[in-house]
Ligand binder design. Structure first.
Ligand SMILES: Nc1nc2c(c(=O)[nH]1)N[C@H]1C(S)=C(S)[C@@H](COP(=O)(O)O)O[C@H]1N2
Ligand SMILES: [Mo]
Length: 529
């Protein structure tokens, strides 16, 4: 019995120590997490012959094997110390102090370490000690009920129990104490797991941030010319032509933003191809890159909604990559998978028909922000994001539409989803109250991969009047529009509609975003003063 109780006591305390240390390390720096620091120190201290033996034997798994090794050693120590601590908690505390010291020394002797790297092991040892004492008190109080007389009070007071003789020591004579001890141990393990998981998560994010900061985007071989000077009216309240990354809408299913350091990234192209291709980030950056302005839009955007943005992207053309892979003529759907398992299906035709479909690595002059898919995402002009714009993409499989239903298709959204022509009034804001007289009305309109030909505005169901259009950049981008209208006092309803480059006028028929994008015309009411 003592053995089993001791093992639980030791493992729970050690787990809390390591979990908390790992969490603190996420904020201090991942290298300072005791298991990692000790593992790294062990690598440094390992003689060369053993290192090459390990690499030969375990290959890419060598680091995993090492970490498992450290874990096994710690677990065995924890069990031994735990058993000894049932009688003498001080043994466990001393053991934790020694392990904490080892972790601290390992963290402080890493090549890039600073004084704060001592914190994870110290906090961890502290948390482990607290767990040990709490669990031990549970033991002590349950044990005390088995003894009689004055002695009982002494024992109930805590560590004194440790002095109880071997014969009188009987943990858990009743089921209640045992249950309480086990519950407390379970809670400790839960805390340990949660702390460790959070630590892992945050440190991954730090790695991705560091990886991103270290990247210098190569010059694209096909640079985009600077956008024509007339693309941006600079009207106050109007969306700027380029949406700053920090303001770019974000839509994804990720509870926690996937963090993929570029060094760890690779992409597999497979399925209905003649040759599979695997690319790492270096290889992707070394390919001929294009730079293009493309306006992204989300299918769930309501008429007048905010889920649309324009950016200058740098990326590797998808068409040439698929060409190298040799796509089977029967393949109709390009299934892309993100690192978190999210899937998107894009018509192979849309990727190979000459439009600038790309594996993007740059967004508005920077490496992709982590939230927007770092290190690599897809961008395909003219298609809603859910059928084209896979962030954190790691896998491309050539397939057919019959063969596979991606994430949103399984939930009823349309398989094919070209972006619908839309226009939006950005200024004035709804319910604004400008003074009577000339009012500047302005917004954006988009019909990606077709182009915008005209935008018209009307007030209170009057005549549609042509707005002035900003210079067109490309047919894949939105266009700003503006018009100055004399408005009289009172409530005024302003409406807008666009005409695409094929001459088709944006429909006024209202449709919800589900299943393939909203339609209807944006209108606002303002109170002219
Ligand atoms: N991995 C992943 N990629 C994704 C999504 C997602 O949920 N997960 N959402 C898609 C949708 S619905 C849209 S509209 C765009 C949005 O891209 P953004 O967040 O960079 O604006 O990403 C697409 N790519
Ligand atoms: Mo979307």
């Amino acid at each position: 019995m003592t053995t089993r109780v001791g093992a639980v006591l030791g493992v729970a305390s050690a787990a809390v120590a390591l979990g908390v240390a790992h969490l603190v390390a996420a904020f201090v720096g991942g290298e300072s997490s005791p298991v990692i620091a000790v593992g790294s120190a062990a690598i440094d201290l390992t003689p060369e012959w053993l290192k090459s033996f390990a690499i030969r034997t375990f290959g890419e798994q060598d680091k995993l094997v090492l970490l498992i090794g450290v874990g096994v050693v710690v677990t065995v120590l924890a069990i031994v110390l735990g058993i000894a601590s049932v009688r003498r908690p001080r043994t466990g505390l001393v053991g934790l102090a020694v392990l904490g010291a080892v972790g601290t020394v390992a963290a402080l002797t890493r090549p890039t370490s600073t004084a704060v790297d001592a914190l994870p092991a110290l906090f961890g040892a502290g948390a482990g000690a607290a767990t040990l004492l709490v669990l031990h008190r549970r033991l002590a109080s349950t044990t005390a009920t088995t003894t009689t007389g004055a002695e009982a009070t002494t024992h109930a007071a805590g560590p004194a129990t440790a002095q109880a003789g071997a014969e009188t020591y009987r943990p858990f004579p009743d089921g209640v104490g045992r249950r309480r001890f086990l519950v407390a141990s379970g809670v400790s393990l839960g805390v340990a797991a949660a702390a460790g998981a959070f630590g892992q998560l945050f440190s991954r994010r730090k790695q991705a941030d560091a990886s991103r900061a270290a990247i210098t985007l190569p010059a694209p071989s096909a640079q985009a010319p600077p956008a024509p000077s007339g693309v941006d009216f600079g009207v106050e309240g109007l969306s700027p032509y380029y949406t700053p990354n920090a303001e770019f809408y974000r839509v994804d299913t990720a509870l926690i933003v996937p963090s993929v350091p570029a060094e760890d990234w690779s992409l597999r192209v497979h399925g209905m191809v003649e040759r599979e291709i695997t690319l790492d980030f270096e290889q992707l950056m070394a390919r001929p890159l294009i730079e293009r302005d493309i306006t992204l839009a989300c299918v769930s955007n309501e008429v007048g909604g905010p889920y649309v943005g324009n950016a200058r992207w740098i990326g590797a053309p998808l068409a040439s990559l698929l060409d190298e892979a040799g796509v089977a003529p029967a393949s109709t759907q390009l299934v892309s998978t993100a690192v978190d398992g999210f899937t998107i299906g894009t018509p192979v035709k849309a990727v190979t028909d000459g439009r600038d479909a790309m594996l993007a690595i740059g967004m508005n002059g920077e490496p992709l922000p982590v939230e927007h898919g770092f290190p690599v995402r897809m961008v395909v002009p003219g298609l809603y994001g859910y059928v084209s714009a896979t962030k954190w993409v790691v896998d491309l499989e050539l397939s057919t539409f019959e063969e596979f239903d991606p994430y949103w298709i399984r939930r009823g959204w349309a398989e094919q989803a070209p972006i619908k022509t839309q226009s939006r009034i950005d200024t004035p804001r709804p319910l604004a109250s400008p003074p009577a007289g000339d009012v500047v009305i302005a917004g954006v309109a988009w019909a990606q991969h077709t182009g915008i030909e005209a935008v018209e505005v009307r007030v209170d169901e009057g005549a549609w009047t042509n707005a002035e259009l900003a210079t067109e950049d490309t047919i894949d981008t939105w266009r700003q529009w503006r018009i100055v209208m004399p408005l009289q006092s009172g409530n005024r309803r302003i409406e807008v509609r666009a005409t695409d480059a094929t001459g088709e006028v944006q429909t006024d028929e209202r449709a919800e975003p589900f299943p393939d994008g909203a339609t209807g015309q944006h209108s606002i009411v303002i109170q002219v003063g």
